[in-house]
Design a protein around this ligand. Sequence first.
Ligand SMILES: [Zn+2]
Length: 326
Amino acid sequence: MTARFIRESHNPRAAVQYFNQCESFSSRSPSHSPGVSNPSFVAYWAQEGVEWIKAYTDIRSAELKAAIDEAHKRGLKVTGHLCSVSFREAVDLGIDNLEHGMLTDTDFDPQKKPDVCPPNSLMRVAVASLTSDTAKSVIQKMVAKGVGMTSTLAVFEPFFANRPTKDERTLEAMSPEVRTAYLNVRTNIDTASSPMFTAPMLKNAMAFEKAFVDAGGRLAAGVDPTGFGGALAGFGDQRNYELLIEAGFTPAQTIQIMSANGAKILGVYDELGSIERGKLADLVVLDGNLVSDPSVIRKVTTVFKDGVGYDSAKLIAAVKGRVGID
Ligand SMILES: [Zn+2]
């Protein structure tokens, strides 16, 4: 890639707004948080310029339905990191996207009751059969309604023993206190005599994402600072690339999952998400052949943002020891 930019422009994207059934988690919340069942919650955030709302683990179906209807009326979209409402239920309510893949889908939890997030659900969900009618039905329903899914395998990986979760660059970016806490957790996991999370669980989560895409589903990928905090922005995204390859996707599929598909789900594919004339020049330049070696995803030389190139090594040096402070 030699073009400095495809088109010069700035495209500020409003933040996603999170909500649970009764409260907002945002510091910008109105002083008397009205609750999601009240359409004024969605109306307020629509006025603030929010384009997406993210429902969280304890929301009930009625509130989720009210929020989705109000959001759609105002041209907003809704995604969910769910538990109390299953994927199939959320699709029926009209949700636009689902976060984190199989491990948060309580369709697979035999202890699931309506509108309640069962304790330790993930442990039962992670061992569910992907050849079951439930798995087929979840995937079919999401594909039929065009509901996307966001893979966050790099966020889950640090839960599992004996995985490569001590990337030097990630550890160097952490502040000393955050690094120590993270390494302590990781050591406990790697030395546990009977680990809670076992290797087949991670393989299952990967296989669900592969089956979803094979059935025609639209998968995107991302990271967030939850879990054990080992999936940092940027480095975590690069790890997602390697994990999606491990899940069985081709390099071309994986690049699309990490770029074009996200833009399509967000409804901004006419502006970004692929390298085309007229689109924003948001891209990275890699040193090597990504097709033959997935680790080339880590060898970034230049990051282009809105057509401006940034030296990757300088960017990384600038945040050394800062994660957990800034
Ligand atoms: Zn989440």
